[in-house]
Design a protein. Sequence first.
Length: 236
Amino acid sequence: MDLRWLSAVAALAAAAPPAGAQQAKELGIQAIGTLSDPALAVGGVYAGWRPARRARLSASLGLGGSGGEVAWRGELLGHFLLAPTRREGSAVYLAGGVAAVGGRTDQGYLVVAAGIESRPGAVSGWFVEAGMTPAQALEAATTNGAELLGISCDPMFSLRVFADQDGLGFPLLSDFWPHGEVASAYGAFDGEHGCPTRSTFVVDLDGVVRWSVHNPMGEARSVEDYLRELGALKAG
């Protein structure tokens, strides 16, 4: 499933204390659609909890269809509320977390999102949310003149499966044979383990490496750093 932009619309009934109180709880219904291949649409329940004034933890679970088959989707998000006490009008929030889908394709992935909700400081309202995976956030930078490429020492067929499972929309290149030749040229080959290091390079149109970063195995990459460096390269 090539998961690209995600969108959600919900009617929310919040069983919450007054705006200034802590530990507010929310409960409602939610409809979610993904612009994926195949597309997915589900409806279900939503629950939220505000452990602090600007923070909210939410969970949702929905059942629907994808590609003509029954499918489900679950999500766990952390929210940062920009105007948590507003009782009239609407306000913006930011979110991030994990989601999983099952049915025609079983997959889990990270999500970053932004949303608009009505009356975040009141006891009922609605919200509309749009998001994407962090990899897709980086891929979106390609519209500003950058091209995103991934490379590893895995064979081509393994990379095809990996790209399909994680919904990656950018090319993955195989440095399988001669094994690690390209990674070695960039000083990013781990000879002991026979694989590239967890490295990222920003290369300009003249082939000059303008920025690089090396992350330990298991450490998440910073999409914000990538976008900042790409923006600086474009501005310069």
